[in-house]
Design a binder for this molecule. Structure first.
Ligand code: ATP
Ligand code: MG
Ligand code: MG
Ligand code: MG
Length: 478
């Protein structure tokens, strides 16, 4: 069986053999872009190359990029634990052309790797194209030989976050263009329809690879300017292709995740390896550890607040498994993570102590209030027949350190209705009042201060988009 590490290597080697320069993953905190919370795709480090503002010594590149999608335009935090295919942290394999090859070669390379190198059965593959892209249709149909019924035309699906969308963009502004996506049919024993169908959100047809034909630069007013030259930007989820090549359905069944899940099961003394909480812990271990490696520490705003919320969600799952302890447990996941990914990412090994100490500090603080917070939540839910109001959301956050997205995830687990926009707005209003009080008092309340020596070990990050982040937080709780 090919391991996840083999698959990563295969990909880089395949494109190296096609004249691509192997470029290392950039950090999760984008160095070149203040509009972006986290690196959410392989193209982020090449953004200025697409825009023509930066020149490199090569016109073809290949990478395996670490990505986090837990805020901003691409936010999958609420999908984790509910689908077979979404993580907060994942690796995106990608090949790039900077004004070099375009549609024809991009599609031919993708097909060659999937069906000749990896020998995937062709009849399991289907593709989507941008609805007006007749050129892509011709290439798939005439050159590759895909029958028309397996080439699905799709437009841009604004407003439906998990519907197929064949116009890709990194963020609200920046490089973008039409795309063609390759899907793998995991078989009719799994629920879900093909892309574009009403039940496409199922896990039967899983999107494995997106090939974007970068042609435009989206302006703040929404208009599209052409790029200096047409480019190619592709992204394939390493964990998703590993699931296909390892003949399993869910990403959580691949070698890498099984290693983490078994470790979490041992730490929490859980017999059921399919337990959803183990999957969430495994996912969040990766996101939190890599964010810390890349210079983020838990805090009450900006990127640090996203990290804090992911850590607390993980800790809540330890609590759910009855494994919250004074010495902490989450930090113990750093070791198995290093075993699984330390070879590909030596920075994990180097920053091991930092990861462990940051997770430990956050868990120690949250463990003091979590139990009481959960009891209070139960009280609220009994009082008001399974609903919660803005004041209660605020109390759970302010007094017990339980952020609203964590509470809303619990409501969802219990099958209770989501809160309304009014509830979220009321929560936000109370938070703002509280921030105002804290500002007046000259301090920032409600959080755990990280020890100064931990902070000293960090590479500073200078993300300043608080306003945007607040909007993102609303998105999470909406
Ligand atoms: P989906 O529709 O499944 O949410 P996407 O269309 O948002 O995926 P793209 O932005 O096209 O994803 O990213 C390129 C590839 O990265 C996807 O085809 C998929 O293989 C992988 N990918 C995207 N999001 C995730 C995620 N949250 N976890 C794991 N892999 C992902
Ligand atoms: Mg998505
Ligand atoms: Mg998609
Ligand atoms: Mg996609």
């Amino acid at each position: 069986m090919k391991t996840t590490a083999d698959i990563r290597r295969d990909f880089l080697e395949f494109f190296r053999s096609k004249g691509h320069t192997v470029v290392p993953s950039s950090p999760l905190v984008p160095g070149n872009d203040k509009t972006l919370l986290f690196t959410n795709a392989g193209m982020v480090q090449f953004k200025d190359v697409f825009l023509g503002a930066e020149k490199r010594s090569y016109t073809r590149a290949v990478s395996s990029q670490r990505c986090v999608r837990a805020g901003g335009k691409h936010n999958d935090l609420d999908q984790v634990g509910y689908t077979a295919r979404h993580h907060t942290f994942f690796e995106m394999l990608g090949n790039f052309s900077f004004g070099d090859y375009f549609k024809q070669d991009a599609i031919a390379y993708a097909w060659e790797l999937l069906t000749e190198v990896w020998k995937l059965p062709k009849e399991r593959l289907l593709v989507t194209i941008y609805h007006t892209d007749d050129e892509a249709f011709e290439i798939w149909n005439k050159q590759i030989g895909l029958p028309p019924e397996r080439i699905i035309r799709i437009g841009d699906n604004k407003g439906k976050p998990y519907a197929s969308d064949n116009f890709w963009q990194m963020a609200d502004t920046g490089p973008c263009g039409p795309c063609t996506e390759i899907f793998y049919d995991h078989g009719d024993h799994i629920a879900g329809g093909p892309p574009g169908s009403p039940d496409e959100d199922g896990d039967r047809y899983i999107e494995i690879w997106n090939n974007v034909f970068m042609q435009f630069d989206r302006q703040p007013d929404g208009s599209l300017l052409p790029l200096p030259a047409p480019c190619v930007d592709t992204g394939m989820g390493l964990e998703r292709i590993a699931a296909v090549l390892q003949h399993v359905h869910s990403n959580y069944e691949i070698d890498l995740f099984q290693h983490l899940i078994k470790a979490a099961a041992a730490i929490t003394n859980t017999a059921d390896l399919e337990h959803k909480s183990l999957r969430v812990i495994a996912d969040h271990t990766r996101a939190c550890s890599f964010l810390i490696v890349d210079g983020v520490l838990p805090s009450n705003d900006g990127r640090g607040y996203v990290l804090r919320r992911i850590i607390r969600r993980a800790i809540r799952h330890f609590w759910k498994l009855g494994a919250l302890s004074a010495e902490g447990n989450f930090w113990r996941m750093a070791q198995p993570l290093i075993e699984a990914m330390g070879e590909a990412y030596p920075e994990l090994v180097e920053k091991r102590t930092l990861i462990e100490r940051a997770l430990k500090a956050e868990e120690a603080a949250f463990a003091q209030t979590l139990d009481a917070g959960m009891a209070r939540l139960e009280g609220y839910l009994t009082q008001s027949a399974g609903t919660i109001d803005g004041e209660q959301l605020f109390q759970l956050h302010d007094t017990y350190g339980c952020p609203p997205d964590l509470i809303l995830d619990i409501l969802r687990e219990k099958g209770l209705p989501d809160v309304s926009a009014e509830v979220t707005a009321e929560y936000e209003r109370l938070m703002e009042e509280q921030r105002e009080r804290a500002r007046k008092a000259g301090k920032f309340g409600g959080g755990v201060a990280m020890p100064a020596e931990l902070i000293a070990q960090l590479t500073p990050t200078d993300f300043l988009g608080y306003d945007r982040l607040d909007a993102d937080d609303l998105e999470v709780v909406a």
